[in-house]
Design a protein around this ligand. Structure first.
Ligand code: NAD
Length: 359
């Protein structure tokens, strides 16, 4: 009863025409930012997260406190728990689902393949089954990934480019997610939007990602490992700042259409959409390191090694014209500015003062 009360109050809408959104992966990097942005503009938000220990769970707990201080309740549980998800839909008539829960990371898939099947495939189906029978049927926006472009080297990537060469199990599960959601769209009339995020970074980010672990090692005076591609070519990524991604997520929710009532489409076929959300200006990893050195006022000990053949791709670059046109998506933060904000957050979160730990 207490639980239900918290869920109901968190889902309450505080603006006219607002939405009530179930955000899965709400204690994660992107999920926490999206939840706060929705709440801030008056939408109702309920979070769901399993708080797994893929990376430091204390960071997820800290994000949860931040959300809780802003009136957002995060239920601790598994998206693949059909009973729990069903109960959430019984308590709240969610108009939208923002599905961000996933097992992320391309290298971890070598040791833990099953966790990708569990969180990226089985949990997705469990969630879609719940959405299918919910009344009203919520519109779904979910995170796919730029990794679906895989070994395709024909950049910039646009949504119609081939995605049949995944370079990792992670990429394969995201590609599978696109096929699965497409099926639920045309069979059951669910409104689906898949977002292919390109290397998202920023405050409250993920410690397993390169920009984050580089920052930690540079501050601690430890060497950093920089991968190089074939013929010693530098790897490059279309690094995209979290605030830009959040705007793309909100734009997707706003244009996803209202829910259509149980089992049915009342206003023509439900949309199935896929968008790239990137920055359209790839930066090499050594350049990323130089920017970090500047902001941290400390030199990195660079250790160059050949990229191991375990899932990384050499280069990513998004064509974002479709998202620009349909969602009004327009990234505004360059890597210099975004990393400055990240470093400021990092130093304060981990208690650094003038480049030195406070205690
Ligand atoms: P994250 O790991 O910080 O967040 C994911 C959250 O999902 C975690 O808090 C985790 O505990 C939770 N989770 C995992 N399995 C779950 C389950 N079965 N039930 C409930 N919760 C579960 O990752 P993120 O960077 O915030 O990524 C968000 C989404 O965006 C993911 O789908 C990810 O694959 C996708 N994505 C991220 C990036 C990026 O650069 N950050 C790039 C492309 C795609």
């Amino acid at each position: 009863i207490q639980w239900e009360k918290q869920v109901r109050s968190s889902a309450q809408i505080h603006r006219s025409g607002g939405m009530s959104v179930l955000v899965t992966g709400a204690a994660g990097f992107v999920g926490s930012h999206v939840s706060l942005a929705l709440k801030k503009r008056g939408d109702g938000v309920v979070g769901l997260d399993i708080f797994n220990n893929y990376y430091d769970p204390s960071l997820k707990k800290a994000r949860k406190s931040l959300l809780s201080n802003n009136g957002i309740f995060v239920v601790e549980g598994d998206v693949n728990d059909a009973r729990l998800v069903g109960k959430l839909f019984d308590v709240v008539a969610f108009t939208h689902v923002m599905h961000l829960a996933a097992q992320a990371g391309v290298r971890y898939a070598m040791e833990n393949p099953q966790s990708y099947v569990h969180s990226n495939i089985a949990a997705l189906v469990t969630l879609l089954e719940a959405c299918k029978t919910a009344n009203p049927q919520p519109a779904i926006v979910w995170a796919s990934s730029s990794s679906v472009y895989g070994l395709n080297e024909n950049v910039p990537f646009s949504e119609l480019d081939r995605t049949d060469q995944p370079a990792s199990l992670y990429a394969a599960t995201k590609k599978a997610g696109e096929e699965i959601t497409h099926t639920y769209n045309h069979i059951y009339g669910l409104s689906i939007t898949g977002l292919r995020f390109f290397t998202v970074y920023g405050p409250w980010g993920r410690p397993d990602m390169a920009y984050f672990s580089f920052t930690r090692n540079i501050l601690q005076g430890k060497p950093i490992t920089i991968y190089r591609g074939k013929n010693r070519v530098d790897l490059a990524r279309d690094f995209t700042f979290i605030d830009d991604i959040v705007k793309g997520c909100l734009g997707s929710l706003d244009t996803a259409g209202k829910s259509t009532g149980s089992g049915g489409r009342k206003r023509g076929p439900a949309p199935y959409r896929i968008f790239n959300l990137g920055n359209t200006s790839p930066v090499t990893v050594p350049t990323l390191v130089s920017i970090l050195e500047k902001h941290l006022k400390k030199k990195a000990k660079r250790n160059y090694v050949d990229m191991p053949g375990n899932g990384d791709v050499p280069y990513t670059h998004a064509n974002i014209s479709l998202a620009r046109r349909e969602l009004g998506y327009k990234p505004t933060t360059d890597l210099q500015t975004g990393l400055k904000k990240f470093v400021r957050w990092y130093l304060s979160y981990y208690g650094y003062n003038n480049g030195k730990p406070v205690n």
